[in-house]
Design a protein around this ligand. Structure first.
Ligand SMILES: Cc1cc2nc3c(=O)[nH]c(=O)nc-3n(C[C@H](O)[C@H](O)[C@H](O)COP(=O)(O)OP(=O)(O)OC[C@H]3O[C@@H](n4cnc5c(N)ncnc54)[C@H](O)[C@@H]3O)c2cc1C
Length: 295
């Protein structure tokens, strides 16, 4: 498994700015992003307020930012990050393309999604999962429910049907998925999800049409809830809490851009990405010098 100084999660303006500035500080850097695009910028018809740059579409501006970051010498990995774990001397990210390790982490994942199903957040790792590729093998021969908030949830359910004894697919009310592609082995549930049940571990899913007993629930969204990505970060009013150095309070973990709150703007994201990079570079140097985690 490759080991980097800094791992940046997300390739929007904040993540790309962080990458350029980590490389300026000569840190080995990997940017892991679900896609090399910005879901926000790609929707912006015209950006007129980014200093020194003539008005242009969000897509065009993004291509310029991406080209700059690619020239910086950072590495780029297209993958979804589903969890980042403290290994003591590094952080290991579980991604759809395998594990990635780094001394410090910068979260730049864009606007924050929070765990939203009652019973979800307290059962992560105890039956609630966010990635079939990563955790599917744990449920070999068992019953699972897939709650699909995102179009690729159907693919995840189909994959699970190859290894699990029973797969039930619940299309969530938002983010519609095309259930016509579900394999015949997958049961399509009627009704929407109300709660995930169980005391310590998951025992079932409550739908408005009744209860489905299950060993595990895969909640498939476009993005993993921010507070689940790294244990210990605080999410308040839809934003990851950071200090002026973009420090989250978790040793060597920083955050930048829309994930830290409003105003949702490119200039702010780029500026915060730079501050996070400088803070992460400092933290890496300190950590390597002393072998102790203080930031
Ligand atoms: C319609 C519209 C118009 C706008 N107009 C303007 C404007 O005129 N001026 C302006 O300054 N701003 C504007 N904005 C806002 C601007 O686009 C955002 O502030 C900016 O893109 C935020 O950058 P970011 O890097 O924080 O997040 P994003 O650009 O949202 O990037 C987040 C990145 O994280 C990745 N990601 C998320 N979760 C994961 C995960 N678990 N694993 C791997 N990768 C992950 C995503 O794929 C993406 O690459 C507009 C936004 C919209 C929607």
């Amino acid at each position: 498994m490759a080991m980097y100084d800094v791992m940046i999660v997300g390739a929007g303006p904040a993540g790309l700015s962080a990458a350029v500035n980590c490389r300026v500080r000569n840190k080995s850097t990997v940017v892991v992003s679900r896609k090399f695009e910005s879901p926000s910028l790609s929707k912006a018809p015209l950006i007129e307020n980014y200093l020194g740059v003539d008005a242009m579409s969000g897509r065009e501006l993004y291509q310029r930012l991406l080209e700059h970051a690619r020239r910086s010498g950072a590495e780029f990995l297209e993958a979804n990050v589903t969890g980042i774990y403290d290994m003591g001397d590094s952080y290991a990210a579980l991604t759809s393309a395998g594990d990635v390790s780094a001394v410090a982490v910068i979260l730049a994942t864009g606007t924050v999604q929070s765990a939203s199903i009652p019973g979800e957040s307290d059962k992560v790792g105890m039956g609630v999962s966010y990635c079939a590729t990563c955790d599917g093998p744990l449920y070999k021969g068992k019953r699972v429910v897939v709650v699909g908030f995102s179009p690729h949830a159907v693919e995840e359910a189909n994959f699970l049907s190859e290894i699990c004894s029973e797969v039930t697919y619940v299309p969530a009310s938002r983010g519609g998925s095309d259930v016509s592609h579900l394999k015949p082995a997958v049961n399509l549930a009627k009704g929407s999800v109300k709660a995930i049940l169980g005391d310590m571990a998951v025992s079932g899913v409550e739908l408005d049409s009744g209860i489905v007993e299950t060993d595990g629930v895969f909640v498939i969204r476009e993005s993993v809830p921010a507070e689940r990505l790294v244990e210990g970060i605080t999410v308040k009013d839809g934003a990851i809490e950071v200090d002026r150095d973009m420090f989250t309070g978790v040793p060597r973990v920083f955050a930048a851009g829309d994930c830290t709150g409003r105003p949702w703007q490119v200039a702010r994201a780029v500026g915060q990405g730079q501050v996070a990079a400088l803070s992460a570079a400092r933290a890496v140097d300190k950590f390597k010098a002393s072998g102790q985690a203080d930031q």
